[in-house]
Design a binder for this molecule. Sequence first.
Ligand code: 4NP
Length: 160
Amino acid sequence: MPPYRIVFVCLGNICRSPVAEVVMRSLVADTQLGDRVEVASAGTAEWHVGKRADSRSLDVLSRNGYDGSAHRARQFEPSWFDDYDLVLALDRSNLADLLALAAPEHRDKVRLLMSFDPSAGVTDVPDPYYGGTDGFDHALALIEGACRGVLHHVAAQTAR
Ligand code: 4NP
């Protein structure tokens, strides 16, 4: 069976989506799904391609027991809609950008990350780029909650 493939998408692929990628991969690794789910991330913009995650993302990850040091930023390519089963936008702006790139048959794959955690009561993981450390802590907390919801969804999708 081919792996189930998830890609998290924000604007720059240096702040939020790298955090989501690392958190999701860690959650998956703690389950039976470890070898059946692949996790990636990308940005809609090309500005930071090849760069490491923002130092504030690396910091919030390491303070919470994760390691984001392997990350290098990539730009989302429309051909990836063929490759991924779930394309998760970090905010509504990212969602709109992705839907503008997606052919009609791929639009169902494109979802807001926070829709997987209705209890959070928010739609977006706010862009923390221009703010302080607090924004990165808040982003991680939102992402951890939503990724648990994604894990349940993927477990149901891959159950045979
Ligand atoms: P991200 O944050 O989309 O969470 O990676 C941003 C990173 C860079 C910029 C904006 C947001 N920027 O304007 O360069």
